[in-house]
Design a protein around this ligand. Structure first.
Ligand code: MG
Length: 305
């Protein structure tokens, strides 16, 4: 069973942990000191001194550092429940992709799926994009772009690197979802959707608090659900369109550079980034990579050893 354990640790212990997990570090989330992934457990240490262990081996790994009571992970961390029959409403849905990928942009998309169009969307093969391979995603997205209203925003790595120091990941996502929703709702006027479903990435409270810093705030009729694509086809469609755009952007980058630019944040990304560094140094890499990822240091080691 998946477990989640939190320990309160001294900064000295967190330093030791950081050293211990040195070779398994992954992207550091906002407010964290480090984040690491080893088989069966992910470990994230926060500035507050809290260290979160998650996964099937959470308990045994956490016990190496201290003791705490395990809590079984909640099944559904969503903050809002949806009205009955929501799946058959006319809904604007939004989703994003690319935040976890070292190379390539972040893409956010909002779509409008009217209830009359839901059967068509099903027929086109719209479903959870995690169940679709890349070539199907590209094919379905092509059809979708012709049949439903949508808005998408692409944050190039260069732009991402500009704003990332001032925007933590969630604030950036709020700004992007809100802007895509705002543009799409304007396109639809005078028509209004029955509801707006955001594929949830933070609590509704956090979302609304970041929203206060944004222009053009969309505040009404919002619903939040993790795995939103399972609750309305609009989110599934948004997810397919932004995933396809993300893949197209990687294709474009691969062509420009003459090397294969992969998604993800693993060793393939390190290798590709090392090649980019050798070609044009950091000024070139910053056009293609999210520089604050740990991959940048790994790529430098590969390129300049
Ligand atoms: Mg999502």
């Amino acid at each position: 069973m998946s477990q989640s354990i939190t320990l309160k640790c001294s900064s000295k212990t967190i330093q030791e942990m950081n050293a211990t997990y040195q070779h398994s570090l992954v992207k550091t989330p906002p407010y964290a000191v480090f984040s690491a992934k080893i088989p069966g457990v992910s470990i994230t240490a926060y500035n507050s001194g809290k260290v979160l262990f998650q996964g099937v081996s959470a308990e045994s790994e956490a016990s190496k550092w201290g003791t705490s009571t395990p809590t079984t992970q909640k099944k559904d961390s969503s903050s809002s429940s949806l009205p009955k029959d929501f799946a058959n409403w006319s809904v604007v849905g939004s989703d994003e992709v690319g935040n976890g990928s070292y190379l390539g942009p972040v893409v956010v998309c909002a779509t409008y799926a009217k209830k009359e169009q839901l059967p068509l969307l099903k027929e086109l093969g719209v479903k959870d994009s995690k169940m679709l391979n890349d070539s199907l995603i590209r094919k379905i997205a092509k059809d979708l772009r012709l049949v439903i209203p949508f808005r998408e925003l692409i944050v190039t790595p260069q732009k991402y690197n500009d704003i990332q120091p001032n925007y933590n990941v969630n604030r950036m996502k709020v700004a992007l979802h809100n802007q895509a929703l705002y543009l799409l709702l304007n396109d639809l006027l005078p028509e209004k959707p029955d509801g707006i479903l955001i594929d949830q990435f933070t609590t509704e409270k956090n979302y609304r608090s970041y929203l206060k810093q944004e222009p053009n705030q969309v505040t009404e009729n919002l619903y939040f659900k993790t795995k939103g694509e399972q609750y309305h086809l609009s989110v599934a469609a948004a997810s397919i369109i932004c995933r396809a755009t993300f893949l197209e952007e990687l294709d474009k980058a691969s062509k420009e550079l003459g090397i294969l630019v992969p998604s993800g944040a693993g060793t393939k990304s390190d290798q590709a980034a090392a090649k980019i560094l050798k070609k044009g140094g950091l000024p070139l890499l910053e056009k293609y990579a999210k520089l604050h990822f740990a991959n940048t240091e790994k790529a430098k080691k590969i390129a300049f050893r």
